[in-house]
Design a protein around this ligand. Structure first.
Ligand code: GLA
Length: 404
């Protein structure tokens, strides 16, 4: 065989010569749990093992949650004599490899946090100048997911810094979902798909419906301010590269109705579904919301489209998400402080999504309507949608074309 042909065959079957992100990962939004929202830096081995056990015991794993991610605070304050990161010996006496093995033994995946700067946001050793060394360590420990933050990054260029870590992970050889946590400052949606699999769109979430809390040069935001902040970035999201609206606050103090809306909206926005509550002690109501498979199926839909605000009916906001196979998901959210009657006339609202080339006149070609929280078929779009919806609650439906 001529040499040139041999070379071509080699190139076809070998890894790409140039570093890149790991392709073929996160083709639907990643699902898992992260320690930060509830535990901040107060994390330890027994807690994390308990979370892995809870994934199996309470049905999170079965519902599709996979990644268990340790956020800031897992490291010792200093690197070792060779410059390697090390787990905090008090919090994680068994070390990271043993913890990863435990998580893997349950059929789950293991994630860690670090930062592009010299130190993490909580002051632990950052990866700046150690990217390749840290990536090798993660591969040795069995890390499957890396959340990479943006504190203490003076003079660093965001795209370049994330590219360096991406290349380091690639060189280390273990496939890793790379989670960009740069808070939207440098418009990561415009370059993030090349560098990683998801990118945060805002500063940190806080457990409220509609609040914004200033912290000097940044703000934490509740559910609706986070959504409103980035209404224009829909087109950047899709399979393998997601707008990340932050870890969820379901189960962390909002009402059960507000939690349902929060969860449904994250599903609609095709955001990663990363739980941020104490999943070991969640109430049955919280578990029910977080493991609602019909809602999760909307999030995990293969088309990977992000929802858009379809109609503003005053007290009701209606959001629509096109799904694979010509189906649709819609939510009708009662934004008011009181119970409201919903009376939605499908005929007045052609459902149209230019981005995915869809248009349907729902009263003329009726679709079957299924309620995704009540788990019932509730008629077709030939007639209007009527319901009484409590304050800050919703109706979520899936529309399926009827066979004629
Ligand atoms: C930043 C991130 C948070 C969390 C903390 C940890 O604020 O945005 O999600 O990771 O750092 O210190």
């Amino acid at each position: 065989m001529p040499r040139i042909r041999l070379l071509l065959i080699f190139l076809m079957f070998s890894a790409p010569l140039f570093p890149q992100k790991f392709e073929g990962l996160a083709l639907t939004p990643p699902m898992g749990w992260n320690s930060w929202n509830t535990f901040a830096t107060d994390i330890h081995e027994e807690l994390i093992k308990g979370v892995a056990d809870a994934f199996v015991e309470f049905g999170y794993k079965e519902a599709g949650y996979q990644y268990i991610v340790l956020d800031d605070g897992w490291m010792a304050m200093e690197r070792d004599a060779d410059g390697n990161l090390q787990a905090d010996p008090q919090k994680f006496p068994g070390g990271m490899k043993a913890l990863a093995d435990y998580i893997h033994s349950k059929g789950l995946k293991f994630g860690l946090y670090n930062c592009a700067g010299s130190k993490t946001c909580a002051g632990y050793p950052g990866s700046r100048g150690h990217e390749y060394q840290d990536a090798r360590k993660y591969a040795e420990w069995g890390v499957d997911f890396l959340k990479y933050d943006w504190c203490n990054t003076e003079n660093l260029n965001a795209k370049g810094a994330y590219q360096t870590m991406r290349d380091a992970l690639y060189a280390a050889g273990r496939p890793v979902v790379f989670s960009i946590c740069e808070w939207g400052t440098d418009q990561p949606w415009t370059w993030g798909a090349e560098m990683g699999h998801l990118w945060r769109t805002s500063g940190d979430i806080v457990n409220c419906w509609d609040c914004e809390i200033g912290h000097g040069n940044w703000s934490s935001r509740g559910v609706w301010p986070i959504i409103r902040l980035r209404e224009g970035i829909r087109r950047f999201s899709g399979p393998g590269h997601w707008n990340d609206f932050d870890m969820m606050e379901v189960g962390n103090g909002m009402s059960a109705a507000e939690d349902r809306v929060h969860f449904a909206m994250w599903a609609m926005l095709a955001s990663p579904l990363i739980m941020g509550n104490d999943v070991r002690s969640a109430s049955p109501e919280t578990v029910k919301t977080l493991t609602n498979k019909a809602v999760i199926a909307v999030n995990q839909d293969k088309l990977g489209a992000m929802a858009f605000l379809f109609s503003d009916e005053g007290d009701f906001e209606v959001w629509a998400k096109p799904l694979a196979g010509e189906e649709w998901a819609l939510v009708f959210v009662n934004m008011s402080e009181e119970s409201r009657k919903l009376d939605f006339d499908w005929g007045k609202h052609p459902l149209e999504d230019g981005l995915h080339h869809r248009r349907v006149q729902l009263d003329k070609e009726p679709y079957a309507v299924r309620d995704l929280f009540k788990h019932r078929d509730i008629g077709t779009t030939a007639t209007g949608l009527k319901a009484t919806v409590p304050a800050h609650d919703l109706v979520m439906v899936r529309l399926k074309k009827q066979e004629n």
